[in-house]
Design a protein around this ligand. Sequence first.
Ligand code: WAQ
Ligand code: MG
Length: 269
Amino acid sequence: MRAQRGRAHISGAEGIFEEKDVGPALLAYIGRAMRHSKGKPDALRLGVELVQSQPLIIRALPVWTLRTRGPADARRKAARLLSSSGVSGKAAGKAFRILANGGMRGAALLDRAEGKRFEPDKKRGVRASMLGISKGAMRSLGLALSQKNMDHPRVKDALVLASKVAAAPGIAAELCISDDPDYTTGYVASPAFGYIRLPRIKKKGSPEGGRAFFLGDAAAAGDLISYLEETPVIVGKISPVGDIITLHGFFQAHDHRKPRGKKILRKKD
Ligand code: WAQ
Ligand code: MG
């Protein structure tokens, strides 16, 4: 689904569905576009296509929410998480500047060392597409999120997208800030840490926002783009949804459990 008013992009969303669920899914997308906080669209396009190859089944990233005081604090914490995922300060700084400009439909694709960009079209960015979640995983996710008071279609969509991106070969991390003026929670996601929500990462009313994907291996950019755009991926299992914690507590828990990451984590909040 894609909705716009004039040339301005209002909202876009997609999923992978069984044939019998396509109709209800389209109706739900229409409802979401017509009630969007960015205003009523004057054009709404729906598209349906057959998934041609067997989707890859992946597990969703674990979810955490960090305690943040405001935009400066949330961004500082995002930068710390990115740095622990192997993203240089230079690359992170570039991503924050791109997101501050807003206006992209897709994500910026940057190498994690220098922040060099790899999107074929820098205005549009790279779209993660061909993604979805099984009915069973959707039900478990709804339950797990509602226990923490965060069951919202936006969170589910973002988690599915971030889980596909994090499962990509060669991805180090992702940074996301919504471009909706009313939605101020962003996230950093990485295969090493999971999906870490950052409330208050922008001021209410701000039109800025976007996504940046950080590449571990710049040579793999072509393969990564085709995976993101074309490989069908379905979330078939979820991971735990955690509480609101401090960055210090988060790093301590991860250091303690020695997860997939091989990096040395800094411990101070
Ligand atoms: N692929 C790549 N980039 C995308 C895609 C996609 N499929 N969809 C959106 N973007 C980019 C685009 O630049 C948008 O401007 C930007 O991301 C933000 O999109 O846990 O609502 O749909 O509370 O506004 C995250 C936090 C919400 C959810 C993200 O993003 C939570 C959100 P939006
Ligand atoms: Mg948006």
